[in-house]
Design a binder for this molecule. Structure first.
Ligand code: AMP
Ligand code: MN
Ligand code: MN
Ligand code: MN
Length: 284
């Protein structure tokens, strides 16, 4: 059974609608798909209803941005799998994050304008009015289309990432709040793509320990572009910390060929896959 437990739609920074994503999942032979938009459950009602008509099991999910560290200096992503997407507390929590995102987008636009990107403020205001969410990914795309930068990565390096001209420090809720919220909404909290936070292995191990201490239940072990050595290390930590192992492409768009839906290595044998947990629903 092919399972992809991490993907995005236009509700956050994915390029596909729910229908397009489900269609692609069917074509790729994905039989179980989690939709995990950044800080949003807006796609899930539609996804649950449409997946029912296809031979596809839809896992309602979310990917919550959260802060770690004494000064909240790092930000990490917590995937919640099998959440109740109608949970009132979760919806209000996510609405709060979306307000923070809205404010951050306006501040980044102001900084872009100051950095010489003329018209960035009205353009970002238009984006905020016309699409569900404005992520840094959208701003990177905007800078690329205006030919202010040559690559997507350069947009982050020069403008959007820490040290960039339009960087605005994020203000996410703490990791323990994100984990608690996911659990209150009936979900399984999974630390997303642990090797993508630019942490050395000691710091990363501490993060995983902290995540476990605050009630985290799983970590992603298999995802695109992870080195085999890193994957084995995550698998070992998954066993050591008694965390379930998850897998997913973090699919955003067919135009991002480094993360194709359903494409990543299988989980190593020593781990317990999240779908083998007693908490994993078998009915759909
Ligand atoms: P946001 O959640 O709005 O802060 O946007 C974060 C998203 O931007 C992440 O999910 C990544 O997909 C993407 N991202 C962050 N840093 C980089 C980078 N250096 N290069 C390319 N994409 C990045
Ligand atoms: Mn994204
Ligand atoms: Mn992420
Ligand atoms: Mn993601």
């Amino acid at each position: 059974m092919l399972r992809d437990l991490h993907s995005h739609t236009i509700a956050s920074d994915g390029d596909l609608t729910v229908s397009e994503l489900l269609q692609l999942a069917s074509e790729r032979g994905v039989q179980e798909l989690a939709i995990t938009d950044h800080d949003s459950v807006a796609s899930l009602a539609d996804a649950v209803s449409k997946a029912g008509k296809l031979e596809l099991k839809l896992i309602p999910g979310v990917e919550i941005s959260a802060a770690v560290g004494k000064k909240k200096q790092d930000s990490v992503h917590i995937v919640g799998l099998q959440i109740d997407h109608q949970h009132a507390g979760l919806n209000s929590f996510l609405n709060n994050i979306q307000k923070k995102r809205h404010e951050r987008a306006l501040q980044m636009a102001e900084k872009l304008e100051v950095a010489g990107i003329k018209g960035a403020q009205p353009d970002v205001e238009y984006m905020l009015d016309s699409q569900p969410m404005v992520c840094r990914t959208h701003l990177a795309q905007y800078l690329l289309e205006r030919e202010e930068v040559k690559t997507f990565g350069a947009a982050f390096k020069h403008y959007l990432a820490k040290g960039g001209k339009a960087y605005v420090k994020d203000d996410w809720f703490d990791i323990e709040d994100a984990v608690a919220m996911i659990r209150q909404a009936g979900g399984i909290p999974v630390l997303a793509h642990p090797t993508r936070y630019g942490m050395g292995s000691n710091k990363l191990k501490q993060l995983i320990q902290q995540f476990k201490n605050v009630g985290g239940q799983g970590i992603e072990v298999c995802y695109p572009n992870i080195h085999p050595g890193q994957k084995n290390l995550l698998a070992d930590w998954s066993v050591q910390f008694n965390l379930l192992a998850s897998q997913g492409s973090d699919f955003h768009s067919p135009s991002k060929p480094w993360a194709l839906l359903g494409k990543f290595a299988p989980l190593p044998e020593q781990v317990t896959p999240v779908w083998e947990s007693p908490a994993w629903t078998t009915s759909d």
